[in-house]
Design a protein around this ligand. Structure first.
Ligand code: AMP
Length: 402
């Protein structure tokens, strides 16, 4: 792993625990930042339900236990206990990095968590009601467990903090935008910035001289226009609901659809939020699953709605690449990442199939048969196409050290 010089490891911060708290899950990854390697990782799931589970991966051994995990506190206790027994013994954790989805209008960079920062993360739940409360809970529990080490909040929104006004402004009365902080914030920042930097390394060119469109296509999907290493536009909006259709999220729709469904389906705020976030997207269109592997199987078996869902996903991604080619005034590279972007040869081929006007020439062999980080365009392609498995946890650990 190449380590960018500006993330050079400070002597005393070596063992960094990265936590990503969801509403019923707690993912963890313990890094040795002297070597930038992950020592152990895993996830507590079904927190609050009768049959919680804890997956623990250490030295490529994977253990899964079923155990009661009534709250995030018990889940973190269980994780720490296993880390101490198997990995750390008496070695301390030097810092904890937390993934926080929304930094609101205030936070454009990672920072050490104080009571004020934590209160702000609570406040910014107004923009990310499904994510920030869980992130804040993870921080609270971890601060109690590790009171003597720095806790760092790394925001998904931070990478997009400086996108220009014309890219982030919505067409509603300006005073309301100002009053409530209603604007595009963008998400998956750690992922977009990581894969853009890796793409520059694959191209052997400086990031600060490149125009890259990064396509994070997973359960959540967002596309980002990266100019000279900075995000200048991205498909997600004030919340992670806007943009491309996703596993269960609708992506961009006409706002009038919301009013109509609330009226005719008798849905209140919670009802419509649930429908657009959890019952729409690939799942809602196909009626099969939110899992893209199952969509692909059903589509290949002739299921028309699964085909429609798959076609809409690739169409949306292509639309954004086309749009960002004009935003960037040209494209040097297109990068695919996240579960679908990294693994689906079909999605990459379909997305690239109508980008010949940009000079994109996919190498079918490299697209189909390679693995890991690589270039999948032909040597004479005017735009280099890359696949880069993302590593958001490593980015959070680097930010924590920084
Ligand atoms: P992520 O949110 O990045 O973990 O991505 C999850 C999505 O990636 C799910 O829809 C998975 O079905 C999809 N995915 C994972 N592995 C594959 C694969 N080998 N082929 C196609 N899709 C995949």
């Amino acid at each position: 792993m190449v380590r960018p010089v500006d993330y050079a490891c400070h002597g005393e911060i070596v063992f960094v625990l990265v936590l990503n708290a969801g509403s019923s899950s707690l993912k963890f990854n313990l890094f040795d930042m002297a070597k930038e390697t992950s020592i152990a990782e895993g996830m507590a799931e079904r927190i609050g339900l009768a049959d919680g589970s804890l997956t623990f991966v250490f030295e490529s051994d994977k253990h899964k236990e079923v155990l009661p995990l009534p709250t995030h506190r018990e889940a973190l206790h269980a994780i720490i206990e296993r880390l101490k027994a198997v990995v750390l013994h008496d070695t301390p954790i030097h810092a904890v990095g937390h993934r926080v989805v929304h930094g609101g209008p205030k936070y454009g960079d990672s920072l050490i968590v104080t009571d004020e920062v934590l209160a702000d993360i609570d406040t910014f739940a107004m923009y990310a009601p499904l994510h920030n409360p869980a992130n804040a809970m993870g921080i609270r529990v971890a601060r109690e467990e590790f009171p003597d080490v720095p806790h760092v909040a790394v925001f998904d929104t931070a990478f997009h903090h400086n996108i220009p006004d014309h890219a982030r402004t919505y067409g509603i009365p300006y005073e309301l935008s100002q009053k409530y902080g209603i604007r595009r914030y963008g998400f998956h920042g750690s992922s977009h910035s990581y894969v853009a930097a890796r793409t520059a390394i694959l191209l052997c060119r400086p990031l600060r001289a490149l125009k890259i469109v990064t396509c994070h296509i997973g359960n959540g999907t967002s596309i980002c226009a990266v100019h000279n290493g900075r995000s200048v536009d991205t498909s997600m909006g004030m919340t992670p609901l806007q943009g491309v259709i996703m596993g269960t999220r609708c992506g961009t729709i006409d706002p009038s659809v919301v009013e109509m469904l609330m009226e005719y389906e008798h849905l209140d705020y919670n009802g419509i939020t649930d429908l657009l976030n959890k019952k729409s997207g690939l799942l809602g269109i196909s009626g099969v699953s939110s899992d893209f592997r199952e969509i692909e199987l059903a589509a290949d078996a002739g299921n028309d709605r699964a085909r429609l869902a798959r076609d809409l996903l690739t169409y949306n991604v292509r639309q954004y690449i086309g749009a960002y080619a004009t935003v960037l005034d040209g494209v040097d590279a297109i990068c695919f990442t996240a579960g679908i972007g990294t693994h689906s040869t079909f999605v990459r081929a379909k997305v690239c199939s109508k980008l010949s006007f940009l000079g994109v020439k996919l190498d079918p062999e490299a697209n189909e048969h390679g693995t890991g980080e690589r270039i999948i365009s032909t040597p004479d392609s005017r735009v280099v196409v890359t696949v880069v498995p993302t590593n958001e946890e490593l980015m959070i650990a680097r930010e924590t050290v920084r």
